[in-house]
Design a protein around this ligand. Sequence first.
Ligand code: AP5
Length: 213
Amino acid sequence: MTAIVLLGPPGAGKGTVAEFLAEHGYTHISTGELLREQIRLKTALGIEAKKLIDQGSFVRDEVVMGMIRELLDRSEKGSKFLFDGVPRNLAQAKQFEELIRSVDGELTHVVLLECPDEIIIERLSGRRICKKCGTVYHVIYNPPAVPETCDLDGSKLQLRADDKAETVQKRLDIYAEKTAPLITYYQMKELILAVDASRSIKEVRAAVLEKVE
Ligand code: AP5
């Protein structure tokens, strides 16, 4: 099993890149999406996670790493995983490595999506997600065929609760404090592949694919 981590601030385009790499044989694992699925299903975990996510805080490390452990335990030998949203702090990074080792896997690259805050704020304020299936759109850069309607299932689109301006700033502050130190951590391990994520969706996706293949 091999693993690639997509690292970058909220709204840098991790999910958008991952959706594309999934068409090239990678299995996309988004911890944010796994948690939102629990919220949609109204499980106990989802109820606990919703409060934290909506206010822009992290969910407990044990919860997130437990989900990753379960997933890796069920993984097949030749899988190529693309992790989006995890690890998010140093404690998670260390645990993540142990989990990968425990299944004889290898972390091959950490793709860093670099994007300035002003672009991120524009991307998150224009992001819309499907209420039912979670598909992601942008009102300008990746609009649905019919405004405010999901192309896949016709459901209404909505703003993510954590994409309100005040919550976005909090998420950016938490990223700078807790997640950005992972850049140096992975640079020391010579795993970082940096990509300028301020370009168009097409350009960023192509640049990442070229780097990882
Ligand atoms: P998560 O869902 O992982 O949120 P995030 O990391 O903040 O990232 P986003 O999903 O906001 O953005 P993205 O980089 O994927 O951008 P996207 O491709 O959508 O996590 C949510 C929450 O869950 C966390 O805050 C935390 O509470 C919890 N959580 C998750 N993992 C956790 C963990 N490990 N530990 C603890 N808690 C955890 O793009 C954004 C928008 O821009 C879209 O509209 C898109 O269409 C558009 N766009 C993308 N790329 C481009 C481009 N190149 N040009 C123009 N528009 C673009």
